[in-house]
Design a binder for this molecule. Structure first.
Ligand code: PHE
Length: 339
């Protein structure tokens, strides 16, 4: 019997040490200590043992079980640690690999030019006013001396919500809002989106304008010319010249178109300036007395000038862009060029 027990013990210890992983170790445990395991079988032999020897036999088999169990537990600790290390190795992250970087976007060319224009005017002492894009006929037309059947409305057909509410056609609507709200001196710059029923290579149904309005005592066309002279030098370079041509807007009197000397040919005449040496950049004029009066500003005391330019137009000239629609098609190959 003693020999049989030593035998089982030796075999069990051997099997335990050969187990390569926890699963094999568990199988070994079943083989010896399980329901039909050899140690359990030994116990079952109890009934064939003489009664007086049974306690001793029981003790021996039990000791054997405890010894195997201890071996088993020790081996289990070793295998668990091995498995833990293996998992670590398998799941290790190679932090030396270069990461995936997100592409960095850039400001839209219109935003870039808008910011540039704003900066130029802030330097000249203007403050910003932003009016609503959904505007009343009252501010967009009527108060700007464009009554209901005025022909100027034809050139600025827009999108109507109802006969009184529309998408503004010009940032000039903001002039009225500012003058009704504030008493002179006024010196504001009003950038924003405007809308018209237009769509071709040089017109977009939505585009951006930048309005300027200065009202104070003794403002004349000279002040307008002086400010714009400064401004175009900042935007187009210090050799740029300006030229005023007579024009017509219902809300300015007199009205002018402002041209800059062509940045491409410097006045000699080329394709960009259509051979004239000059490029039109904005409309402007002295604020019509009717408009001042309508806004409660006494035209005998105060006068003002206003100007309005298309931001796309400035960007097109600055970057030589052939089609206004490129700005709004969101083709990254186009947009990427302005980083
Ligand atoms: N609002 C005019 C336009 O959209 C431009 C302008 C603004 C003209 C201010 C004169 C004074 O064409």
């Amino acid at each position: 019997m003693q020999e049989k027990i030593s035998n089982i013990k030796a075999l069990a210890i051997n099997d335990i040490n050969l187990a390569k992983d926890l699963k094999e170790l568990f199988d070994v445990k079943v083989k010896y200590l399980g329901k039909n395991g050899s140690v359990t079988e030994l116990m079952k032999g109890m009934k064939d043992i003489p009664k007086e020897d049974r306690p001793q036999f029981g003790k021996i088999v039990n000791d054997l079980r405890v010894e195997i169990e201890n071996e088993f537990n020790a081996r289990e600790v070793v295998l668990k640690e091995e498995e833990r290390l293996k998992t670590f190795e398998k799941e290790a992250i190679d932090i030396t690999l270069p990461g995936k970087s997100n592409e960095i976007g850039s400001l839209h060319p219109i935003t870039l030019v808008k910011n540039e224009l704003i900066n130029a005017f802030l330097g000249l002492g203007f403050e910003i006013f932003e009016g609503p894009e959904i505007e009343e006929d009252y501010y967009n037309f009527k108060m700007l001396n464009i009554p209901e059947d005025h022909p100027a409305r034809d050139m600025q057909d827009t999108f109507y919500f109802n006969p009184n509410i529309l998408l503004r056609t010009q940032t000039s609507a903001g002039q009225v809002r500012v003058m009704l709200d504030k008493k002179p001196p006024i010196k504001v710059l009003s950038p924003g989106k405007v809308y018209r029923s237009d769509d071709d290579a040089s017109h977009s149904p939505m585009f951006h304008q930048m309005e300027g309005l200065v009202v104070d005592k003794g403002i004349t066309l000279c002040d307008l010319k002086g400010t714009l002279d400064e401004f175009v030098k900042i935007i187009f370079g210090k050799d740029t010249k300006t030229r005023l041509r007579p024009s017509y807007f219902p809300f300015t009197e007199p009205s002018v178109e402002v041209d800059v000397s062509c940045s491409e040919c410097h006045g000699k005449g080329c394709k960009l300036c259509k051979g004239t040496g000059w490029i039109e950049i904005l409309g402007a004029g002295i604020v019509n007395k009717k408009v001042l009066e309508g806004c409660g500003i006494d035209p005998e005391v105060y006068s003002g000038y206003a100007f309005g330019m298309g931001i796309e137009r400035i960007a097109i000239l600055k970057y030589k862009i052939p089609d206004i629609r490129l700005f709004f098609e969101n083709d990254v190959r186009f947009l990427k060029q302005f980083k």
